[in-house]
Design a binder for this molecule. Structure first.
Ligand code: AMP
Length: 181
């Protein structure tokens, strides 16, 4: 099964993605995580990615597509995956030829996302300055609406209230993809 998770930063995509991955035994892959790892490398690409991410911008579509396609060609993703953070633009949707089963949109308000990010526990991300977060939220809405419309038209979009409890959201996702907890 191939699942895409969409949501603003702070919507709980990685919590839900990891939980779902354990429950249905399908690997979870986050493009944000891939890019954060690449940004640590002391290479030209690493430095470039770090700069773009820390400013709150998206990595250009062409680079993103090449990196995601290389990951998804690896053997562990051949039976399916839960993909978090991609596709994020209409260009990425149109260029991405893999047949997706379901697209889950975790909807939370900007206010809730900002609150959650300000009180995020654990690891402090280098790309998490307030101005980068605000820029990402603004950009997210602008770019994601056409992506959501596209998957809605294809009948693949599942919209879930991301402000419910972790367990309730997981139950709803499981129900919507035809699995039982
Ligand atoms: P995330 O953890 O999903 O919020 O991603 C963190 C950052 O990684 C984003 O702000 C972008 O700079 C970059 N990124 C992640 N996924 C994508 C994507 N599909 N296209 C372009 N940039 C991305």
């Amino acid at each position: 099964m191939k699942i895409i998770l969409i949501g603003i930063q702070g919507a709980g995509k990685s919590t839900q993605g990891n939980l779902l991955s354990k429950k249905i035994n399908i690997p979870y892959l986050s493009t944000g995580h891939i890019f954060r790892e690449l940004a640590k490398e002391h290479t030209k690409l690493g430095r470039y990615i770090k700069e773009v991410m820390n400013a709150g911008y998206l990595i250009p579509d062409k680079k993103t597509l090449a990196i995601v396609e290389e990951y998804l060609s690896r053997s562990r993703y051949q039976k399916g995956y839960i993909l978090d953070g991609f596709p994020r633009t209409l260009v990425q949707v149109e260029a991405f030829k893999n047949d997706i089963d379901k697209v889950i949109y975790l909807r939370v308000s900007d206010k809730e996302a900002l609150w959650r990010l300000s009180y995020r526990n654990g690891e402090v991300r280098e790309d998490d300055t307030l101005s980068a977060i605000k820029k990402r939220i603004e950009l997210f809405h602008k770019l994601i609406e056409p992506v959501l419309s596209c998957y809605r038209e294809k009948g693949k979009l599942i919209e879930i209230d991301g402000e419910k409890s972790i367990e309730e959201i997981n139950r709803e996702i499981m129900h919507n993809i035809g699995k039982h907890s």
